[in-house]
Design a protein around this ligand. Structure first.
Ligand SMILES: C[S@@+](CC[C@H](N)C(=O)[O-])C[C@H]1O[C@@H](n2cnc3c(N)ncnc32)[C@H](O)[C@@H]1O
Length: 267
């Protein structure tokens, strides 16, 4: 699995350079407007002021810095050294005190050296990069103080079954196919045309019961599991509409779950 993750890391380094200039992430707007952004995850997690928060797979840190703007004392972890370098420079430009660590999720326990947090957070496009959810859940449990909260908002695993073909959503893969999947795409999801030098990635499907089961197995107690008919980007181009809150839904009357969220507590 290590060689797959190394190839994924090269792909994420390429993406970071493109994402940093993209309209999708709009770094200039983030730097210019210091009002924290309130989306689904901020609404559901609630007040974080003064709490220590570990953000897993933080990419180049915009969400992490947003939590810092909301008053949390944040640490972001990601395995892309380009993403972490950019996150650190954005933190310096904003004069915040976020800490960013470069580490694979599966090495993060050693990197954190037993440090524990009030909150562990992760979101939007993280689990498909992880071959082993038990190792991920163990990291979450180990990194939480007793009574601490884990929160995630993530693309629903059902969404990985579908592909837009000729203006319709077709079933393209099995919900239960957990084998290593190879994808080749020379562009990223931000809508930019710049080609990726490392277009091959490896990803893994995890069903909802496997995700929740891994968290329970690591000793967390579930507080809620929510499913939503909207998502945070134009996941199926040509088949979605965006509402005034910026949320994307499938056109028509049939709505599969597009996002889910979980809140769990370390007992
Ligand atoms: C879709 S992004 C999450 C991004 C976040 N929602 C955002 O839009 O900023 C996925 C992140 O996972 C990171 N990642 C993938 N596999 C990883 C691993 N094994 N260990 C640590 N980070 C990993 C990538 O570098 C990337 O930054």
């Amino acid at each position: 699995m290590r060689q797959y993750r190394d190839l994924n890391r090269l792909n994420w380094n390429d993406r970071t350079e493109i994402h940093a200039k993209s309209k999708f992430y709009d770094v200039d707007a983030f730097l210019a407007d210091d009002a924290p952004r309130i989306g689904l995850d901020q609404e559901e997690l609630g007040d974080v002021a003064g709490r220590t928060l570990l953000h897993l797979q933080c990419h180049f840190g915009l969400d992490t810095l947003n939590w810092a703007r909301l008053g949390a004392r944040v640490t972001g972890i990601d395995f892309s050294e380009k993403a972490i370098a950019l996150a650190r420079s954005l933190n310096d430009r904003l004069g915040l005190d976020a800490r960013f660590l470069c580490s694979d999720i599966y090495d993060a326990k050693e990197v954190l050296g037993g440090e524990q947090f009030d909150i562990v957070y992760t979101s939007y496009g993280v689990l498909c990069w992880l071959p082993d959810l038990d190792g991920w859940a163990d990291l979450i449990s180990t990194s939480l103080k007793p009574g601490g909260i884990f929160y995630m908002a993530e693309f629903h695993p059902v969404t990985f079954m579908f592909e837009p073909v000729d203006g319709e959503l077709k079933i393209a893969d099995s919900y239960f196919n957990t084998e290593t999947r190879q994808y080749v795409s020379d562009v990223t999801y931000t809508g930019d045309d710049d080609p990726l030098a490392h277009p091959v990635t490896y990803q893994w499907q995890h069903t909802l019961s496997e995700i929740v089961g891994a968290l329970i197995g690591a000793g967390l107690s579930l507080e809620f599991l929510h499913e939503f008919p909207f998502t945070v980007f134009n996941m199926y181009p040509g088949l979605m509409t965006q509402d005034e809150q910026g949320r994307w839904r499938l056109k028509g009357n049939h709505h599969p779950p597009l996002l889910f969220s979980v809140k769990a507590r370390k007992v």
